[in-house]
Ligand binder design. Structure first.
Ligand code: MTE
Ligand code: MO
Length: 527
């Protein structure tokens, strides 16, 4: 409609989130979205774009690239951007806001997968050198920008709790801290996509999602209040909920930037479940990247349920309708490439997992005469390796098996006593389940023949490594020649005797979720 008015961008800016009539720009058009806000499925989040261009937000929420969404927007058209503010028919680039402009600074040691939104994994060394991952090295998985909240969180930040009957109660951060006893647990968060890259490589099939290696997992101590205490205060009949009767079947968590997910009520009110509304991480206020000022922590479950920047809890008879609940975090058979999302349950408790995060080669030694490998008196390479093992649902790790000869023989790794009680029994560290990972180490001397055999693979070629002085260890000169490699691998078993699958091909799924096959790493020597 050419008769509609033209607006300068400076005029649109006055119609930001706090104004009576929020406007947005899409391409060269101006819309008054006042009436759309209450009806918008993402709720108030559309206000994030108010006073500016909606394009960069819609690039994040790809769901909007749909004709029906443009049709809705068309109803709110009020005019066009003034010619003076257009370059090639679009608002000048520097007038378009960067949704990520307020994101926090991050530690350069994190391994960045995508910068906007921020997705970064914990470096291998930091995964196993400490039991608790330092806050600044804890992996980051953001679907959108990091909401900006005044620090310290004022009473402007409110958590809203809504029961099935529509009753609403609100809590400031101060209310939560003063009304309810604090509770501390140590728990792993693991993304359902952890090790997705291993699945892609191991199966030789592509997967849809961030190609994480073994660092989309971290462990921290969380302090907060029990979700069940808050739900009881808000009016939920906890005993009824526990019995499985009653209308409340799911607890929805929504974050300030529109991310949302849910957990079954059973987990939420289980006295052994330890579900927290956490405000502290490793003794410090939650960092912005990890949900400041409040997040849910659902120990033993996939991290997608531990919702950051939590501002709304809704009790319901059904699961959250968000794509992160109904799609994305589900698995299917390796043959299923066109899937019925509704047919598969959402991932909640995680299966058993382990990974090798450090491998160090040391000096040369000899295998003992009559050693179990029957190789007595062979040159052998000292190798130390370590990593983590973890299982969901509070199940503890009972054993970690390692192989240094591509799975021909196995031995047991040493489990670090991070969570072991004084009487020697494996006890959960702070909490009612084994919510933390177990770190493990394995020191061994790998006979040279293991390296040779792995390399030989059927050929009769004999590879010489010795320098003739009788100890069999390769010299610097011999090391000039060729790399000889062997594959070391790890698998863990939890207290239900569930263990990891041998191959990624067996559990391949189009989203690359729950990549838990034996983790294999090549170790090479020069000889
Ligand atoms: N909560 C909000 N509000 N927004 C998000 O993007 N990502 C989820 C979960 N909670 C997410 C969220 C996913 S998929 C993961 S793996 C974890 O947060 C990551 O938590 P972290 O960044 O603290 O490691
Ligand atoms: Mo995730």
């Amino acid at each position: 409609d050419p008769d509609l008015p033209r607006f300068r961008i400076s005029e649109v800016r006055k119609h930001g989130a706090d104004s009576e009539n929020p406007w947005v720009i899409y391409e060269d058009k101006v819309y008054d979205i006042t009436e759309w806000i209450p009806a918008h499925p993402g709720g108030q989040v559309i206000l994030r774009a108010a006073g500016g261009s909606i394009d960069p937000y819609w690039n994040i929420f790809s769901i909007h690239k749909n004709q029906y969404v443009y049709d809705i927007l068309a109803q709110y058209l009020i005019g066009y951007i003034d010619q003076a503010d257009l370059v090639d028919g679009r608002p000048a680039q520097d007038e378009i806001e960067d949704p990520f402009a307020d994101d926090p600074e991050r530690d350069p040691l994190l391994i960045t997968k995508t910068a906007k939104p921020r997705n970064a994994e914990t470096p291998g060394e930091a995964l196993s050198s400490q039991f608790l991952t330092p806050n600044e090295l804890f992996y980051v998985r953001n679907h959108m920008w990091v909401p900006k909240i005044d620090e310290p969180a004022s009473d402007k930040y409110l958590l809203t709790v809504e029961l099935v009957d529509g009753t609403v109660k609100q809590y400031s951060l101060q209310d939560l801290k003063s009304k309810f006893p604090s509770h501390t647990i140590t728990a792993v968060l693991q993304c359902s996509g952890n090790r997705r890259k291993h699945m892609t490589q191991g199966s030789g099939r592509s997967t849809n999602g961030l190609q994480w290696t073994a660092g989309a997992i971290s462990n921290a101590t969380w302090e907060g209040v029990l979700l069940s205490d808050v739900l009881a205060d808000a009016g939920l009949e906890v005993s009824e909920a526990l019995s499985g009767e009653g209308e409340t079947k799911h607890v929805h968590f929504a974050g300030l930037e529109a991310y949302a997910a849910s957990i079954p009520i059973k987990k939420a009110v289980d006295p052994q479940g330890d579900v927290l509304l956490a405000y502290s991480m490793n003794g410090k206020p939650l960092p912005r990247d990890h949900g400041y000022p409040l997040r849910s922590i659902v120990p033993g479950h996939v991290a997608a349920r531990s919702v950051k920047w939590l501002n709304q809890i809704t009790l319901s008879d059904e699961e959250s309708t968000s794509q992160w609940q109904r799609k994305d975090y589900k698995c299917f058979g390796p043959n299923e490439t066109k899937v019925d999302w509704d047919a598969a349950p959402a991932i909640q408790e995680l299966p058993v997992q382990s990974a090798i995060t450090e491998v160090k080669t040391g000096g040369w030694t000899k295998t003992a005469k009559g050693s179990s490998q029957g190789l007595g008196d062979q040159p052998a390479q000292q190798v130390t390796f370590g990593g983590y093992a973890y299982s969901g649902g509070g199940r503890s790790i009972i054993r970690v098996d390692v192989s240094t000869d591509n799975g021909k023989s196995w031995a047991q790794a040493y489990l670090l006593p991070d969570c072991v009680a004084k009487d020697g029994s494996p006890s959960p560290c702070q909490g009612h389940g084994a919510w933390s990972w177990r770190r493990w180490r394995f020191d061994t001397a790998v006979p040279l023949t293991s390296f040779r055999e792995a390399q030989k693979a059927g050929s009769s070629e004999q590879v010489g490594c010795g320098d003739g002085d009788g100890d069999g260890a390769p010299t610097a000169a011999a090391a000039q020649s060729e790399n000889r490699c062997t594959t070391v691998m790890v698998k863990a078993t939890d207290d239900t005797y569930n263990t990891q699958p041998e191959s990624h091909a067996a559990t391949w799924n189009l989203r690359g979720n729950l990549a838990t096959a034996w983790h294999r790493v090549q170790v090479c020597v020069d000889c």
